[in-house]
Design a binder for this molecule. Structure first.
Ligand code: IVH
Length: 682
């Protein structure tokens, strides 16, 4: 192999590793994927193949050496007594046949005369283990990395179909998949939409996010469900029988009161397996829950022992993954959506088509390069793909169906909203916008303004309840607001006079606006929508510089000293604060009484926490860490940086890390921000 080919392979391997790590983080840790599982699997398979062809580029840190997710530290770790492995994926019938042949070869050589396989749906949810001691449910844990999971017992206990007690002596541990039924998912997403909140991409992410809530009351509202499909360890004796096969063990689990998968078959040949896969594929859209494939397992538990295991997958089972559903339709037009940072996203306007259970008439084209690379022309017949409930996308055009009337898409040179010249960016600094980003750099662009206002008022930002996208459009159209600062000069009478708004909604909106003034500097910085400056960067910056005002004076070097703040964010912030319009807006916000510094500073002092030493860790729902520190101190408490026996209380927020683990190990009391506020009578 020539050096240049080797280099090409190495580059591709590096690229795939980076992409997989990025998407895996979004999937497992943030529960917010940007690509379909199928795309992920395809990249994963390609990486595996390239690594096999080039063992010289092997790296123990490669995503191919890991099992699924990593245990997050916001929950206490649970070591799994029996490893929670995963399944080897297969993507075509040839691989299913190869699996069957492999099993038969090994088992026949060992003197077995026949092999039965169970074929059951692969539930698209979140893998968990349930531990019972003397018949009582004691611990529920996520899979994590297979060896250590997260303790989510309280959250799992909210699942109605899990038996609290079972008739089994001693220890029993079972494994299952937590999921959210489609109906529940759609209803909850509709509620989110009404509130202007970010929607879940699919039921699986909704389930994962719900299971990892620190507050189990929220989990309870999410109405999760579970199917138990594996017996991990411990004895199950129902009517005195020890199960000899998987199907027997599942029916015993069912008899004990666990919800089990009832649709499965037990067959002998690859042909029969494939026919069951096809049947399950037909059934898929009619099921109440999402399935993403079919699991094929050797039924006999003794034969499974003979087959054995690989490092993290058993040799006695495989998961056949369904390809995403694809349909052909006609691309009527391409429109452009202007985002709040000015990036234009081309959107395909399609002849409506029914796919994976819903009618689709729009699909994202991501960026200009994709239109070019896939040679997508207006009027083309295109292949639309939808995996689960992930946003549909166009995977290809069908050139053979062209009749000459199709026209290549010409990207406009001017912004469709404001008419200013667009900037074509071929070398974006980050992944976020992908390559081929096209941007409108006019800060006064109306479309950008609308998106910025929506972001400003949304939940993670200033959280102005009742000011969702529709209300913002109404306020803009009526000329009542033209910048985020104008939100704070709105009058009740003006709002009440708007169509579909009454006295009561106007009064509530004014109250919500008033309440939003106290969110503090970090939330305000995030709400301003500075490019490359997300929630955690805003937190980090404000906790160091003290207030939004201080950013007018902060040079790039100062921002670079802050942990987790890189060059791109630092420059973006300084550029934003160098704009005259930024100064004008901040001034107006301050005049209106919007808090630009730490909220903690404005706290009254008491001695309610005197004598107590606190450690604060993680992200809190309403305060920055600096604000919380100021609050504790103002109420007589002491705040230190590390957990030791001298620590009285650890206040843990979202994504709390090793400090929380240490607190749990030392048995130190852990409370939430809400409980801290309660302690000081707020
Ligand atoms: S059996 C040793 N059966 O799919 C693995 N898994 O990587 C035993 N899953 O996270 C798993 N439906 O949680 C099995 N009917 C089913 C399943 C199933 C979904 C999940 C499992 C695991 C993933 C496979």
């Amino acid at each position: 192999m020539t050096d240049s080919l080797k280099l090409e392979a190495k580059n591709r391997i590096d690229y795939l590793r980076e992409q997989l790590a990025y998407h895996s983080k979004l999937y497992y840790e943030k529960d917010a994927p940007e690509i379909s599982d199928y795309e992920y699997d395809m990249m994963f398979e390609e990486l595996k193949r390239l690594e096999a062809e080039h063992p010289e580029f092997d790296d123990p840190a490669s995503p191919t050496h890991k099992v699924g997710g990593r245990a997050l530290e916001k929950f206490a770790p649970v070591p799994h007594k029996v490893r929670m492995g995963s399944l080897q994926d297969v993507f075509d019938y040839g691989e299913v046949e190869a699996f069957v042949d492999r099993c038969k070869k090994v088992l026949f050589e060992e003197g077995e005369s026949e092999v039965y396989f169970t074929v059951e749906p692969k539930i698209d949810g979140l893998s968990v283990s349930l531990q019972y001691e003397n018949g009582r449910f004691t611990v529920g844990a996520t899979r994590g990395d297979g060896l250590t999971g997260e303790n989510v017992t309280d959250n799992i206990a909210t699942i109605m179909s899990i038996p609290e007690t079972i008739e089994v002596e001693g220890e029993l541990c079972v494994r299952g998949e937590v999921f959210m039924a489609r109906k529940v998912f759609h209803a909850l997403n509709r509620e989110k939409e009404e509130k202007g909140e970010k929607l879940w991409a699919n039921p699986r992410n909704a389930a994962a996010g719900s299971l990892r809530q620190l507050d189990s009351k929220i989990t309870a509202e999410r109405k999760l469900d579970i199917f138990v499909f594996n017996h991990q360890y411990g004895e199950i004796y129902v009517d005195g029988d020890t199960p000899l096969t998987h199907s027997e063990s599942v029916s015993q689990l069912g008899a004990l009161g666990f919800p089990v998968i009832s649709i499965y078959g037990v067959v002998k040949s690859a042909e029969e397996i494939i026919s069951l896969i096809e049947k399950l594929g037909e059934l898929r859209p009619k099921l109440e829950y999402d399935i993403d494939g079919v699991v094929i397992k050797i039924d006999s538990l003794r034969q499974r022992e003979i087959m054995g295991e690989n490092t993290s997958t058993p040799k006695w089972a495989v998961a056949y993954k369904f390809p995403p559903e694809q349909k052909e339709t006609v691309l009527r037009d391409i429109t452009l959506q202007v985002g709040r940072t000015g990036v234009l996203t081309p959107t395909a306007e399609l002849e409506p088509v029914k796919i994976a259970g819903s009618t689709v008439s729009r699909a994202t084209l991501h960026n200009i390069d994709i239109i070019r690379e896939r040679d997508i022309r207006i009027g083309d017949t295109v292949v639309l793909q939808k995996a689960g409930d992930i946003i549909p996308e166009i995977v290809a055009s069908v050139p053979s169906k062209r009749d000459g009337s199709q026209v290549p898409y010409v990207f406009p040179e001017k912004c469709p909203s404001c008419g200013e010249a667009l900037v074509f960016d071929d070398s974006p600094e980050d992944f976020e916008e992908g390559s081929g980003a096209v941007r409108c750099i006019n800060a006064a662009c109306p479309a950008q303004l609308e998106r910025r206002l929506i972001h400003f008022a949304s939940k993670g930002s200033m959280d102005i309840e009742g000011m969702g996208p529709k209300v913002i459009t109404l306020l803009l159209e009526s000329g009542l607001i033209a910048s985020v600062a104008d939100i704070y000069t709105l009058k009740k009478e003006d709002i009440a006079a708007l169509p579909r708004m009454g006295e009561l909604s106007a009064e509530n909106l004014i109250k919500a606006i008033e309440g939003s003034k106290k969110r503090g500097g970090a939330r305000l910085l995030f709400a301003l929508g500075v490019r490359h400056t997300g929630e955690s960067a805003s937190e980090a910056v404000i906790s160091r510089v003290g207030s939004v005002d201080a950013l007018f004076e902060a040079p790039v070097e100062r921002l670079l000293e802050i942990e987790d703040i890189g060059e791109v964010t630092a420059r973006s912030i300084t550029e934003f604060f160098a704009l005259p319009e930024t100064a004008e807006i901040i001034e107006k916000l301050k005049v209106a009484g919007v808090e630009t510094a730490s909220v903690g500073g404005a706290t009254e002092s008491t001695d309610k926490l005197s004598g107590l030493t606190f450690v604060l860790t993680g992200k809190f729902p309403t305060m920055s860490r600096d604000e919380a520190t100021a609050l504790v101190k103002a109420n007589g408490g002491k705040v230190t940086g590390s957990v030791s026996k001298k620590t009285s209380i650890v206040v843990a927020g979202e994504d709390a890390g090793s400090k929380l683990t240490k607190a749990n190990e030392l048995g130190i009391k852990v409370i939430s921000e809400e409980e801290l506020l309660e302690m000081i009578g707020k």
